[in-house]
Write a protein that binds this ligand. Structure first.
Ligand code: ZN
Ligand code: ZN
Ligand code: ZN
Ligand code: ZN
Length: 313
């Protein structure tokens, strides 16, 4: 009795490349009616496991009201206008279609849900080596966590971008930056020389130690290079010590290692360790220790209770 909402989709589909719509092998959701109109057993068997490359204009997979990707449950008015469940809850008059104003109960639109769940899209970081494909409405979630999201070379004039592993290889091979393999909790010494010192642990984490000479002395900063700007997971301690006139002098600091993708170069507004010029000598070294932060992540309780503004009916 309802107008078939597939029509809205069919008119937008063009056969090109890029997206995959798997046919006939989607999982059943609980509560979904069993009847599949127009599919007999033989037909289903023939299509089982089949997939084809099609191109979909992605905006048909977005809620026409909030423009976020449609995800089940999806609802339609009696005419067939689609709305996502979040927007439906915000309708000032839940019995009136926001689009055609027809008086209507909104019903689940299982057909569209099935289509939406069948569309797989490649991660935007495919060019950096991510082979992950996700359901369209989960793409954003994956990309927020994608381990192969790019970080960037901070060298002026260099446009290299890639995963931290590729970036590490690039720093060493193309810029010849000094490199030390670190073990968490173990100290090592680096020369107080201007330039970038690359550190990495065998777990794949990449760190940079940047030394800049200023008129007043030597400024050291340190970073964890990673695709997501997460809570600091590492700490760094730096110690500078020397003997002068038979007296031992030392200064040390310990701080959280800020994370950066280096998209804007090496940050200049983070923790700085300063060695005054008058104490610098040619063979000065700084002791460096990288360790995992013990700070437990406090899980933030997400409150999804945004005081919704009603969608006019
Ligand atoms: Zn919506
Ligand atoms: Zn309508
Ligand atoms: Zn990815
Ligand atoms: Zn570079």
């Amino acid at each position: 009795m309802y107008k078939n909402p597939f029509d809205q989709f069919r008119s937008n589909w063009l056969v090109r490349n890029g997206l995959e719509m798997s046919a006939g092998n989607s999982k059943k959701r609980q509560g979904e009616p069993h009847q599949e109109v127009g599919e007999d057993d033989g037909h289903r068997k023939r299509k089982s496991g089949a997939a084809t490359s099609v191109t979909v204009e992605l905006d048909v997979l977005d809620c026409p009201v909030c423009l976020d990707p449609l995800r089940p449950p999806i609802f339609q008015c009696s005419v067939g206008h689609i709305i996502c469940s979040t927007c439906r809850q915000k309708l000032i008059n839940p019995k009136k279609c926001h689009y055609c104003s027809s008086k209507s109960d909104f019903n689940r639109c299982y057909g569209i849900e099935k289509i939406v769940e069948s569309i797989q899209v490649p991660c935007s970081n495919a060019k950096y080596g991510c082979a992950e494909k996700t359901i369209y409405y989960e793409k954003e979630y994956h990309e927020k966590e994608c381990p192969l999201a790019p970080c960037f070379c901070p060298e002026m004039g260099c446009s290299f971008a890639g995963s931290t592993q590729l970036l590490l290889e690039h720093f060493i091979a193309d810029h010849n930056w000094r490199f030390t393999k670190v073990t968490y909790g173990w100290s090592f010494h680096v020369d107080v020389q201007e330039g970038v010192h690359v550190l990495s642990n065998e777990d794949g984490h990449l760190f940079l130690l940047n030394v800049v000479l200023e008129p007043f002395g030597c400024v050291v900063s340190a970073f964890c290079v990673q695709p997501q700007d997460t809570e600091p997971k590492f700490r760094c301690s730096l110690t500078f010590s020397f003997w002068k006139n038979d007296l031992f002098n030392s200064q040390s600091s310990e701080f959280e290692l800020p994370s950066t993708t280096l998209s804007d170069g090496i940050p200049s507004d983070r923790f700085l360790f300063i060695v005054p010029k008058s104490y610098l000598e040619e063979d000065n070294k700084i002791s460096v220790t990288v360790k995992k932060s013990l700070k437990s992540l406090i899980s933030s309780v997400s409150t999804d209770g945004s005081a919704g503004t009603g969608i006019p009916s």
